[in-house]
Ligand binder design. Structure first.
Ligand code: SAM
Length: 611
């Protein structure tokens, strides 16, 4: 039984016992299988046939399933696969050729056989050999139960999809209607590298990110995304449909990349499924469908898969902007422009056991629960995403060691100026050398990233990149020292409290929140990124908010947080954040221009003010 590592359904076992028990030649056996179910080369070799014959003489064919995490293995249940093919059928998809590039146990193939009546050819590809048998047995069982149905030509290939050349097929199909259907693996390349898996494409930087972007998060992608892009690229000039179950984050990326790829796909749809119910996993996923060989489109309509009559949202490209809710965005698009200040990401050190400290009486305690004796000089309070709970923060639970003032700075000064800190770092040097990311290669000892003058700004406005929380926080100095943020957070730095507070009020206004909600995606790993935050044009936002509202928000903030910030620097602030062409105008004139809608957002911005 170990040979096929799969369970053979009883009707299939009976079929084999009846039809193949006395067949000795491979070609006769394969001929019989074509007649029975349409599958070409059912047995790849004599060994397969002999093993099968041994198996069918045995009574026990129960096999336990192995751990298949690295293959992102969530088999689609047959009911869902049938509902999907029915939906496609009702929406004028009637394919002659079916391609299932990671066919698993073959449920989509069975569902297609069941639904579509014009199929001439089916190609299934799968990396896991036992699933190849599962698929073959399932197809055979389907035709044992339905012997009179037309049998298409079927090929189930044991292949790594990354090595499979689909281009030959795209050339051969001429004018036939095609359906590319399936559920590619739900796993990211970084998860695979943790598993030391080789199940990744050779060219893993699929988006051609360069330098630091490829090394840090941006190079991370889903295997399913790679397979989707590869197949759309190959088949977008063929007539037919594409339908894949994908993580919502992957669907967002596909629509995002469509602007640049300009593939001939249209009628993009995302039909949200209940993954808990269908797969027993908590992953936001949907069925992504598009029509092939059409004038390229850049917008995707969202539906509830179980009640798909009415679109519930539309996201994608509107002119040159990518947004998560087109309807909501249209009401606040005026503030989509360019931030006058540069948003920054917090400190990155990848060495939390040594660099993350808590204070206990006189001492610091590190992540290894060791008591640490350090000079205070390089120690700063630090906030993580989970600490950004209150509107105004001036105290931290954690501390960190800031070894550099800017990226790449020589760290040899620490030995003379902060000998205790140096001893501690030196003692733990191996922990730093264990850091996996190549950004630390050939950098001074104990290097950190996300550091610059801006890190030392006394006042900061911060937000967590990870949480779906749209409120911004004001960070005040702690015992006269600036508080740092970790790399899960983004911030603006100010050296004057008033400007920081005015910015906080603008960012926490309803208009700003509505705008941010219309451009961010709830399922993104990071709701906020530097790119998203840089889109918020504070000047246009300020023009939209009546002075009275600013005053009220300021009074509330002062009262609740014991602050005493006045509005006397407001006009200076507006002058600072306004684009150059408005510099000579009064505030009233600027508002008048704004109201006449003469401002062309994005085209008039002065240089971004760097801290
Ligand atoms: C999410 S499951 C879905 C299976 C099937 N499409 C379905 O809907 O039931 C993903 C499948 O991809 C297969 N797979 C993973 N990596 C693969 C690769 N590199 N080449 C071909 N198949 C692969 C897995 O073995 C698994 O069967």
């Amino acid at each position: 039984m170990k040979l096929f590592e799969t369970n053979i359904p009883f009707p299939v076992l009976d079929f084999f016992r009846l039809k193949l028990n006395r067949t000795t030649s491979l070609s006769t056996a394969n001929k019989k299988m074509v007649e029975a179910c349409g599958i070409k080369n059912f047995f790849d070799c004599e060994d397969d046939l002999t093993s099968l014959k041994n198996i069918i003489c045995s009574s026990d064919n129960f096999v336990k399933e192995s751990d298949r995490t690295e293959y992102g293995d969530f088999q689609t249940n047959i009911n869902l696969a049938i509902k999907i093919s029915d939906y496609l059928n009702q929406n004028s998809c009637n394919p002659e050729i079916i391609i299932e590039p990671t066919c698993g146990k073959g449920n989509f193939i069975i569902a297609c056989l069941n639904t579509f009546k014009q199929i001439e050819k089916i190609l299934g590809v799968e990396i896991h050999k036992p699933y190849i048998w599962d698929t073959k047995f399932n197809i055979l069982q389907y035709f044992i139960i339905n012997p009179n149905l037309k049998k298409p030509e079927i090929e189930i290939k044991h292949f790594n999809v990354f090595d499979f050349d689909f281009r030959n097929i795209s050339r051969d199909i001429s004018n036939k209607e095609i359906l590319i259907v399936g559920n590619p693996p739900w796993v990211t390349n970084s998860k695979l590298s943790v598993l030391n898996s080789s199940n990744i494409p050779i060219k893993s930087n699929i988006k051609n990110h360069n330098g630091i972007d490829a090394i840090t998060g941006k190079g991370n992608f889903d295997i399913g995304e790679y397979i989707t892009l590869k197949l759309i690229d190959t088949f977008h000039n063929s007539k037919g449909y594409f339908a894949f179950l994908l993580k919502n984050s992957v669907i967002k990326n596909i629509v995002y990349d469509q602007k640049q790829r300009n593939c001939r796909i249209s009628d993009l749809k995302k039909l949200i499924i209940d993954s808990k119910k269908e797969f027993d996993v908590s992953v936001d996923a949907s069925l992504f469908i598009c029509k092939l060989n059409e004038t390229p489109e850049f917008v995707c309509n969202e539906f509830d898969f179980y009640n798909a009559d009415k679109s519930i949202n539309q996201f994608g490209w509107i002119e040159y902007k990518f947004v998560s809710n087109i309807k909501a965005y249209k009401n606040c698009k005026d503030i989509d422009g360019c931030s006058p200040f540069e948003w920054r990401q917090g400190i990155k050190h990848d060495c939390s056991s040594i660099m993350e400290l808590e204070k206990m009486n006189e001492y610091f305690v590190n992540g290894l629960y060791e008591k640490v004796n350090l000079e205070e000089g390089l120690v700063y309070g630090v906030l993580k995403s989970s600490d950004l709970k209150r509107a105004v923060i001036y105290q931290t639970r954690k501390y960190t060691i800031i070894t550099q003032k800017k990226i790449g700075q020589d760290t040899s000064y620490i030995k003379n100026e902060y000998p205790k800190t140096f001893d501690y770092l030196y003692k733990n040097k191996t922990q730093f050398s264990l850091r996996k990311s190549s950004i630390y290669n050939n950098k001074p000892d104990y290097s950190i990233f996300g550091i610059g003058n801006y890190s030392f700004a006394l006042y900061k406005i911060a937000i967590s990149g990870m949480y779906k929380n749209y409120s911004f926080n004001l960070i005040l100095p702690q015992k006269g020292k600036p508080i740092m943020l970790d790399d899960t957070c983004y911030f603006l730095g100010f050296d004057n409290l008033e400007y920081a507070v005015y910015t906080l009020i603008l960012l926490n206004s309803e208009t700003s929140q509505r705008f941010l909600q219309s451009i961010t995606f709830a399922h993104a790993k990071r709701t906020f990124t530097k790119e998203i935050l840089m889109r918020l044009d504070l000047f246009n936002l300020a023009l939209q908010i009546p002075n009275k509202e600013i005053e009220e928000a300021l009074n509330k903030l002062n009262k609740e947080n014991n602050l005493n910030v006045k509005l006397h620097k407001w006009q200076d602030y507006i002058n600072l954040i306004q684009p150059n062409i408005h510099k000579q105008l009064t505030l009233l004139e600027q508002i008048a221009i704004y109201k006449k809608d003469k401002i062309q957002t994005g085209k008039r911005r002065h240089k971004i003010l760097k801290y």
